[in-house]
Design a protein around this ligand. Sequence first.
Ligand code: KG4
Ligand code: ZN
Length: 364
Amino acid sequence: MLCLGIETSCDETAVALVHDGRLLGQCLHSQEKLHALFGGVVPELASRGHLTALPVLLERLLERTGLTIRDVQVVAAARGPGLLGSLLVGMGMAKGLALSLGVPLVGVNHLHAHLLAAGLEGEIPFPALGLLVSGGHTQLYRITSPFQFDLLGRTLDDAAGEALDKSASMLNLPYPGGRHIDALAAGSEPNRSLFPRPYLDNRNLDFSFSGLKTAFSQHLAQRPDLRLPRLPDDAALARWSEDHPELGTVCASLNWSIAETLRTKVERALQDKTAYRAVIAAGGVAANTMLRSLLAETAQARGLALILPSPALCTDNAAMIAYSGWLLARNGWEHDQTVEALPRGKPIPWDYRPRSFPNPSTSP
Ligand code: KG4
Ligand code: ZN
């Protein structure tokens, strides 16, 4: 079964083709440079960007894979959560294609798709504990099958990626700054008492990262010399970090506080009575070096499989949407044309309907 996946939930426009669980190809256009000018994603510009990029990417994908649009047997698109205007562009295209091709339409939960993406690289053993860490979300899930996600905890305010990006912008690093903090931290030892590990003094599995951002800004108020004078290019950033070795320590310390907080809650979640077989970390922040190594320690100590999708599958992409769409369609689930796109903050219902397979006795 060949599934076309469309991703437009934030500032990445992407299309991908998955055939029987295998990725055939993906074309992706990032609007990162455009939004970096504004220090964050401008929703209106993002939607307009998706509208112009999508048809070009689709044509390129078909050319590269040597397929035609008529070969597509299922159309899947991210239905949320995300920026509403952006989601509507992808969903609108998916609805039009499904209708004109006469094939099933599947709206995909973007967060679940992040966690399932690893299935493209190897089999996921269930039940798995899923940690989703991105610019907009920080969540823990018990995942008992590709279709059964129980939310165990979530952030009460900022997401882990948001704390990294906002701290990075206080340093005058380009947006989104998470990967720059990660790169600057490389080779430096964290100072484990520099920043707090927030919201651990409780028994729950929720997170709160807004206080960490405040602690970071207070530290910079004492050390304004660490802040870059203006947005750097890569060469200027490398020179600045060579001249300011303490910057590496500060970035490593922030990285550690966030990663260790996430790890602590993962360990707490693993103590419930579910016989987990794996830990999955997904979303952009799962590309973080410190987080990957702390989770590796935890999984190894408990004899669990650690599933970390490759960095390209961690950040937003359409391969994960095509893969989730294929899993759902293969199990007979689809949406009708009234399926809604849902913005961040609204729960995403399980509102698939069982597919009505044509009755062989009435087929021509
Ligand atoms: O999943 P994603 O691409 O988009 C959504 O937010 O849905 O995640 C983007 C987030 C940003 O906050 C970005 O700074 C962060 O992932 N990120 C990283 C790294 N690479 C991307 N954070 C820490 N370390 C990285 N290597
Ligand atoms: Zn995402």
